[in-house]
Design a protein around this ligand. Structure first.
Ligand code: 3HC
Ligand code: NAI
Length: 700
């Protein structure tokens, strides 16, 4: 037997114990160990078998690192077959998360018991896959086709209590899991309980409404954002109803093989590991001490401050909101309450939860009341002088060791730190709007930021449900700095011949949650307009904001005024193309002497996305980002870049850096100017046949 799995007999029950940290994934030694143990149990005098895991979780799935490599025996279906065909009842004992292949193992067992805190689920879709070891066949047989469709296409886990109600888990165990599971196994033996094989359940096709799968397919494809896995999952469930199980399992296997070799799954697996990698700071020893965070304070309770306060309250950390006046504080608190109210209305939170969370948020206008906070996050107006003033006050008031963070989007974190006598405690925590929803947290390391302050904030980020990525100090940090070229090219494409809907729908088909033109309408065109007014635009190329300026000056500020680049239906907020805007665009193009032409989807994508790649390469070379994969994390979690494309740097790798580089050089020739000057690192990698992934590997 492999070292990852052990076998013993306790109270005439064979106990198969998996011990393969960190998450007991089904690597080759685990598969082999389970198979050997089940075979051994058939031969000994045990009367039942319990499959149980050591460490923090039951099997969390197939070993994702094995995908893309030649498969090694025994294959998972062979292991599952041995469990399912065992002559003695097999009971899965679940704690932590039984996910993917792990839950499929449990479904091949005759019975499942779990502790109340456990979760089960089939998250393969989040990796661009489908459950490839019978999950699409066994789950609908016990949960029903509709519930199985929801669970598998969402990939979201189900808590043990609910899984018990749905019949996915037979018994909830209180107290020690292994003891309880052995007890449960003995009860089953003594009561002569049958060997329940889920595969023997037949789904009656008459229970499926006509058109069910057609509608399901439409629904999943409408929100697939360029992914094919949800569509293939529907096909598997259709097979579960229409085909005998062995043929349906073969179909599932075939579709799994199609997905596992797809660029979509490669990209999503890249993001899975990139997310975990991004939390690690190079050069920081694993044992870097961390500061205790028991209390937080936020300065400024506006759009961002309120959302950030909610993040802390949601994680059970008491937080004090400091505002400039009672009126402003009252307004901020009301918005927080309203936001929680919306979540309650959507059924995602109970009134009691809201009460508890609101109870953790205090308000004040007095700095003395935040003197004992372990971390303070400033989120006042984007004004450097005001921020410096606030940091000087924090320096004078806060206890030593407190972490002083700024949520600034663009200001110089080092200049802010210099306003204090303790720049080592100062860093940036750049949340994204809405802060209580968006997963990304850019952690900005100042020149003097202490290692333990950084390590503390990276850990805290995870605690409050964020995905952290480290950025150095520069204008706009990683994400916003890269965004400039994306918006610019979208606007220029309009002048050169595209309609707003052509640009948006092309990028939405690519997988962006919302196209750049519609995004401008959502954020408010007046925001950029005001920024241009205060900054002064002399010397700037006027073309990228010409149409936007005209729209704002004619009262069209975007969604909030019912019209911007589009008009908006007052009830549904659906965007409606507007011939008036199209005429305005044509007039502006004429003014600049731009001859309009047909532009295809391929050019729209390259024009909008390659500036991200080019600026990303500069950011990498400057050391602002630690890894190309961190940049991908920033874009997928902060800017809704499609995970199925893996982020801009992974996408460029998939296209091929030589092609991306040559295209950028072509655009430079065509459009001139410095906008398309290729990044040195991109040129180097393109010329040497390299990729960003390889560059990362050399620098992890
Ligand atoms: N394979 C390989 N490594 C895995 C893994 C897996 N399935 N799941 C987690 N890991 C690794 C992580 O990369 C991480 O490694 P690191 O420490 O070197 O960075 C380590 O395990 C710990 O992971 P987390 O930091 O994510 O730990 P958490 O405690 O926060 O979360 C978890 C645990 C909920 C299990 C989470 O890791 C997770 O969601 N894992 C993936 C689950 C999944 O997608 N399973 C389906 C796989 S596909 C499949 O099963 C196909 C089948 O149908 C044939
Ligand atoms: P906002 O205008 O909604 O809120 C700012 C709040 O700060 C107001 O409630 C104001 O009363 C308060 N305030 C002003 N001066 C203060 C003082 N001296 N003491 C205490 N409170 C004071 O601004 P928003 O959008 O929340 O932005 C805050 C910061 O977050 C800015 O630096 C911004 O660049 C950054 N940011 C904004 C994002 C966004 O999408 N809105 C996204 C990420 C960062």
């Amino acid at each position: 037997m492999s070292q990852a799995v052990s076998y013993s007999i306790q109270d005439r029950v064979g106990v198969i114990s998996v011990n393969s940290p960190p998450v007991n994934a089904l690597s080759q030694p685990v598969r082999e160990g389970i198979l050997d143990a089940v075979r051994q149990a058939q031969r000994d005098d045990s009367e039942a078998i319990v499959l149980h895991c050591q460490g923090r979780t039951f099997i969390a799935g197939a070993d994702i690192t094995e995908f893309g490599k030649p498969p090694r025996e025994p294959h998972l279906p062979t292991v599952l077959g041995a469990l399912e065909n065992s002559s003695k009842p097999v009971i899965a004992a679940i704690h932590g998360t039984a996910l993917g292949g792990g839950f499929e193992v449990a479904l091949a067992c005759h019975y499942r018991c779990a502790i109340a805190s456990a979760k089960v689920g089939l998250p393969e879709v989040k990796l661009g896959l489908l459950p490839g070891a019978g999950g699409t066949q066994r789950l609908p047989r016990i949960a029903g086709v509709k519930a199985a469709l929801d669970i598998i296409t969402s990939g979201n886990p189900v808590a043990a209590g609910k899984a018990h109600d749905m019949g996915l888990v037979n018994e909830i165990i209180e107290g020690d899991l292994l003891e309880g599971a052995i007890r449960y196994a003995r009860e089953l033996v003594e009561s002569g309980a049958p060997l329940k094989r889920i595969r023997d359940i037949v789904i009656d096709p008459a229970t499926i409404e006509p058109g069910f799968f057609e509608q399901a397919r439409k629904r999943v494809n409408a929100r697939a954002r360029g992914q094919i896995a949800p569509d293939r999952i529907v096909s598997c469930l259709e097979a579960a109803v229409e085909l005998p199980i062995d043929q349906a399992l073969e179909r599932e296997r075939e579709l799994f093989r199609e997905l596992v070799t797809s660029p979509e799954s490669a990209a999503m697996r890249h993001i899975f590991f990139a997310e975990r990698q991004a939390a690690k700071i190079k050069g920081l020893p694993k044992n870097t001490p961390e500061r205790e965070i028991g209390k937080a304070a936020i300065i400024g309770g506006g759009t961002m401050g309120g959302g950030i306060a909610m993040c802390f309250a949601n994680a059970g950390i008491p937080v004090t909101l400091l505002e400039i006046s009672d009126g402003a504080l009252d307004r901020g608190m009301k918005i927080i309450r309203k936001n929680y109210g919306i979540t309650v209305k959507r059924g995602k939170l109970g009134e009691d939860d809201v009460k508890r969370r609101m109870g953790l948020i205090a308000g004040t206008t007095d700095y003395a009341e935040i003197a004992d906070a372990d971390i303070v996050i400033e989120a006042v107006f984007e004004n450097l002088e005001l921020k410096k003033e606030i940091f000087a006050k924090l320096d004078a008031t806060c206890k030593p060791e407190a972490i002083l963070a700024t949520n600034t989007s663009y200001q110089d974190v080092d200049a802010i730190a210099a306003a204090t006598s303790r720049p080592e405690d100062v860093l940036g925590t750049h949340f994204f709007s809405p802060a209580n929803v968006m997963r990304l947290l850019e952690v900005v390391r100042g020149e003097k930021t202490a290692d333990d302050a950084l390590a503390t904030v990276m850990k805290l980020g995870k605690r409050i449900g964020k995905v952290c990525a480290l950025s150095g100090v520069c204008y706009g940090f990683i994400g916003n700095r890269m965004l400039g070229g994306y918006g610019r090219e979208a606007q220029l494409l309009l002048l050169e011949g595209c309609t707003p809907q052509q640009v948006d729908s092309t990028l939405e088909r690519f997988g962006m949650a919302m196209g750049p033109v519609a995004m401008g309408d959502l954020a408010g065109l007046d925001v950029g307009y005001k920024a241009r007014q205060s900054r002064g635009t002399a010397g700037d190329d006027p073309r990228p904001y010409a149409v936007s300026t005209r729209l704002v000056e004619s009262g069209r500020h975007g969604q909030k005024t019912g019209a911007g680049f589009y008009r908006y239906d007052s009830e549904t907020r659906k965007r409606i193309p507007d011939p008036e805007v199209e005429a305005m665009i044509r007039e502006e193009a004429e003014k600049f002497g731009i001859e309009r032409r047909e532009i295809d989807a391929d050019e729209i994508i390259a024009r909008c996305l390659y500036p991200l790649v080019n600026e990303g390469a500069k950011i990498l070379k400057e050391g602002i980002a630690q890894r190309a994969s961190d940049i991908d994390v920033v874009y997928v979690f902060g800017y809704a870049f499609p995970a199925a494309k893996g982020g801009p740097m992974c996408y460029a790798d998939q296209v091929g850096l030589k092609e991306v580089y040559e295209r950028i050089c072509g655009f430079q020739e065509q459009h001139g100017g410095k906008n398309w000057a290729p990044a040195e690192l991109l040129r180097e990698l393109a010329e040497s046949g390299g990729s960003f992934a390889e560059w990362d590997r050399g620098r992890v």
